[in-house]
Design a protein around this ligand. Structure first.
Ligand SMILES: [Zn+2]
Length: 578
């Protein structure tokens, strides 16, 4: 590549109208034409997002200022018929989507998600680049995992485009503070109004960093940046190599439950700096930015992370044993109460994330499960199985540390499912076949037997009760009650209620705006009883008779088994020890 150079400049002329202006200067790439491309997705969020839709006014000129003709060759490719030492490209990016993986520019700040902002030169993803940020006078700070070029102001360096696309920038007047954890400087950037205690956050996040670094054996970063966006109502995150973007509710930091949920989110995204960003599935890194990157392994890379995020809040002492178990069991109840758990395996849930997980519709619960929840269930089974069968000498931590060491630190390559599973059995010295076989079936394993081995029990407190059920979820819009979901094989499913039906009356009683007559009619009925439902379906009135069926909803709890042995009790203590 000789002396070639790729430089970007970001500026903000009309932030209030949600635009970022991008200049791109390419030096020394001398070929007949250049294809400039925009990624169609951003790693960590498995959906084709078509970022090119936000780009406008793409122009190019040569070193002498002569215009270069541009042809679009497909949705995300701009072809420049250029020969010569230098090409200057300019374009604007409309940035008005509030999420952890899309640009948002307004009069308060700019959040720049790089995959939706920077074009790359086809064939040059491994090329380094520099980014100059022109700060408007109203803004003073830039928070990013990108490396600052020494001696320069607001000039950043990315060794290659994988790093550039993995390094979001927060630009504005965010509240920034720093702390050291596991010997590494960490920067926290709080964006938007919220009431929080910086010292408490720094102390609690330090614990998370130290517990996680201990699990993995070492921490690969020289520095790490948390960017947190506060909204009226939000919860989510996106992991990056040496930073993360979190979305939280402004009120998160006030209540105990909200605060612990935020710490779980921090623990989750930080855990990813090892699990998925470095120890990674074979098809995820290096990335193909132009199409779906399929993997069946998200049950490990998201599911295990979902298992550990809450477990770490227990190990840090943020949650007591019962609070932790309540969080854990909710993963089980979520899966087992979705009719889709009898239709979709967790391996397929991962593979099809591009068309299902990120594209939910009214039938999703009937056909699919989340690899987060089911993956966390299987991680639990693996962890307690290893603890039980090795008498507490090993656990899932040891498998992860060994996998990170072998597949990232030593070999630095993606891992296949078979390689990971073989290593898990090698490190633990036990057979995990029953659990691994569950990845590609919809059969549930005997969870209670696994919990019993370490002195816990997994029981359904609904098992003795017979509750009549219609099997629908409704929402109340203005004064109307509208069906939003119909559970597979429920009474409503069998007798033909539809999503979008407006329920007007039940057994001759008109519904009030909260739909209470519906609940009352079910409450005074028995399984098998008919109820008459008057609905409006696309404006036509119909009366439908539904015969109530027994609810199949479960409500599991995980608790200490009163009949546990002393040995089982000790293993249970170890599982949840601080
Ligand atoms: Zn995750």
């Amino acid at each position: 590549m000789g002396n070639s150079n790729i430089h970007f400049q970001l500026s903000f002329i009309e932030p209030q109208a949600h635009y970022v202006e991008v200049k791109m200067i390419i030096d020394g790439i001398d070929q007949d034409y250049l294809d400039l491309k925009m990624p169609v997705w951003t790693p960590g969020s498995y959906l084709i997002r078509e970022f090119a839709k936000n780009i406008e006014q793409v122009k190019a000129e040569d070193a002498q200022g002569n215009e270069i003709v541009i042809h679009k060759t497909n949705k995300n490719t701009w072809r420049l018929n250029s020969k010569g030492a230098q090409v200057k490209i300019s374009y604007r990016v409309y940035s008005f989507e509030r999420s952890v993986r899309t640009n948002l520019v307004d009069d308060q700040h700019a959040f720049i998600s790089p995959a939706g902002t920077f074009l790359y030169v086809d064939g040059y993803l491994d090329h380094s680049s520099t980014v100059q940020v022109e700060l408007p006078s109203i803004w003073t700070k830039i928070s990013t995992g990108l490396e600052l070029v020494e001696g320069k102001v607001n000039l950043f360096f990315a060794e290659n485009f994988d790093i550039l696309f993995d390094s979001p920038l927060e630009i504005g007047n965010q509240d920034v503070w720093t702390f050291n954890a596991a010997g590494i400087p960490h920067e926290f950037a709080m964006v938007g109004t919220a009431v929080y205690d910086k010292d408490r956050l720094a102390a609690d996040i330090t614990k998370i960093v130290e517990v996680e670094t201990d699990i993995w054996g070492s921490n690969p970063n020289d520095r790490y940046v948390f960017i947190t966006h506060n909204y009226q109502n939000s919860h989510g995150g996106l992991e990056h190599l040496n930073s993360t973007v979190l979305a939280a509710s402004r009120s998160s930091y006030i209540s105990n439950i909200g605060y612990n949920n935020f710490l779980s989110l921090v623990a989750h995204e930080y855990f990813h700096l090892w699990n998925v960003k470095r120890l990674r599935p074979a098809n995820l890194g290096p990335f193909n930015y132009e199409e779906e990157n399929y993997t069946p392994l998200l049950w490990i890379f998201e599911g295990f992370t979902a298992y550990y995020d809450n477990l770490i809040t227990r190990r840090c002492g943020f949650r007591n044993e019962q609070e932790y178990l309540n969080e854990l069991v909710s993963e089980f109840n979520m899966v087992l109460n979705r009719p889709g758990h009898k239709i979709q395996s967790v391996g397929l849930s991962s593979f099809d994330t591009w068309i299902k997980q990120y594209r939910p519709d009214e039938n999703s619960a009937n056909v699919s499960i989340s690899y987060y929840n089911k993956g966390a269930m299987l991680a639990t089974m693996i962890d307690i199985s290893i603890i039980a069968k090795t008498q507490g000498k090993k656990r899932l931590d040891d498998v992860l540390k060994a996998a990170y060491n072998k597949f990232y630190l030593i070999e630095n390559r993606g891992v296949t499912e078979k390689e990971f599973l073989d290593l898990a059995e090698e490190v633990s010295g036990i057979s995990l076949k029953e659990i691994f076989d569950a990845v590609y079936t919809t059969e549930e394993i005997d969870y209670n037997a696994y919990f019993n081995a370490i002195g816990f029990q997994f029981i359904d407190i609904n098992r003795e009760t017979v509750t009549p059920s219609l099997g629908i979820k409704v929402s109340h819009q203005d004064t109307r009650t509208i069906i939003k979901n119909v559970d597979r094989n429920s009474a409503a499913w069998v007798d033909g209620l539809n999503v979008d039906d407006e329920i007007i009356a039940v057994n001759g009683n008109r519904l009030d705006p909260q739909g209470r007559e519906l609940d009352q009619a079910i409450a005074i009925s028995k399984v098998g009883d008919p109820i008459n439902i008057l609905v409006s379906r696309d404006g036509l009135i119909r009366e439908i008779t539904v015969h109530l069926k027994a609810s199949d909803k479960v409500s599991y709890v995980i608790e200490r088994n009163p009949n546990r042995t002393e040995e089982q009790s000790a293993l249970g203590d170890l599982w949840l020890s601080l």
